[in-house]
Write a protein that binds this ligand. Structure first.
Ligand code: GLY
Length: 333
């Protein structure tokens, strides 16, 4: 297979038909969602190996990848094997990277079990692990054979994790579909599989046009420049803020910056805040902009002075704006 093609998003029936044809399946699953194996993949021929993982940010490391590589060797996995990753974004990132380097690359497929991974992490072929406290510092682009979107698996997802996924989904709609954004804000996306599929499809479209993030794909970082700084500070202070929560706060800051530099009309920040509040998403960074600026300067993306901020003229109209951290922070004060 071409290493990069349009990300393929499939239903349960389609996934089962594709997997049934595979002679050599190896399933790597997050032990917290082991039940998904039986309920989704139960009717398939037995896999050559089932490998359980304790997926956490701390275990998203090269050591875990190497342990997986050894398990693949022990299972005598050939170059024709298909790894099936069952879990959230940490699991699909780990398994994708393991597949990218085993015997110079084997195939993998994603069965994401969180909303966040269904609409973002498991679509688009970014794989990788953390290095020390730097997130996703090592990795590779490797497109999954397919990503299975199944609403059933979200039924047991804790509310807070669901909300975190909603933040990424709203981010995608803010980039490319103001109508879908309004629909998602109106009633949330619980029991709205069509909106989840729409967000994943918009991401797949962006990735198909720019798989290696030379341009348009960078838009998917809306809310992430500030969000990463918030996550970084939270980690330093031992405070509990999820990625999705940090992204929600980051989108609000991006909206404020868009207004302050005259890109968006007045009111965008207030509108987004009101929308997020109605959905129960956090809106306010607990850290002052000065502290965020310091964290951003340390971020890998700040190397070279200017940072690519993803800003909004309005919902559905993103703009990439290069600014130094100082310029952005001065405008936000
Ligand atoms: N999570 C952003 C991207 O896949 O490009």
């Amino acid at each position: 297979m071409d290493a990069i093609a349009r990300p393929k998003i499939v239903t349960l029936d389609e996934a089962q038909a594709l997997l049934a044809k595979e002679p050599e399946l190896i399933v790597v699953f997050d032990q917290n969602v082991a039940w998904v194996l039986e309920s989704l993949l139960g009717d398939l021929p037995p896999a050559k190996a089932y490998i359980g993982l304790e997926s956490s940010e701390e275990s998203k490391t090269m050591d875990t990848v190497l342990a997986l590589e050894r398990q693949l060797m022990e299972a005598d996995a050939s170059r024709g094997a298909l790894l099936v990753a069952v879990g959230g974004g940490i699991t699909t990132d780990l398994v994708g990277f393991t597949a990218a380097i085993y015997k110079r690359g084997i195939r993998y497929a994603n069965v994401p079990t969180t909303l966040l991974s269904q609409v973002d992490a498991a679509v688009g072929g970014k794989t990788g692990v953390n290095l020390d406290h730097y997130k996703n510092m090592l990795g590779a682009f490797r497109m999954p054979e397919f990503t299975l979107l199944c609403p059933e698996v979200l039924k047991t997802l804790p509310e807070r994790e669901f909300k975190a996924g909603e933040a990424e989904l709203l981010k995608t709609f803010l980039l490319r579909d103001a109508k879908a954004y309004a629909a998602a804000v109106k009633n949330g996306v619980k029991n709205r599989p069509e909106l989840i599929l729409k967000a994943a499809s918009i991401k797949a479209d962006i990735v198909s046009r720019d798989p290696y993030e030379k341009g348009e794909r960078a838009l998917l970082n809306l809310g992430h420049t500030f969000g990463h700084a918030i996550e970084h500070l939270a980690q330093e202070k031992g405070e509990d803020i999820t990625h999705g929560e940090a992204v929600a706060m980051g989108i609000v800051l991006a909206a404020r910056l868009s207004e302050r530099i005259g890109l968006a009309s007045k009111g965008l920040e207030e509108q987004i805040k009101a929308d997020f509040e109605a959905l129960g998403l956090p809106m306010q960074s607990p850290y002052p902009v000065q502290a965020l600026g310091e964290a951003m300067r340390k971020d890998k993306k700040a190397a070279g002075g200017k940072v690519k901020f993803i800003l909004l003229k309005a919902p559905g109209e993103p703009v990439i704006q290069e600014l130094t951290v100082n310029e952005a922070i001065d405008d936000l004060r």
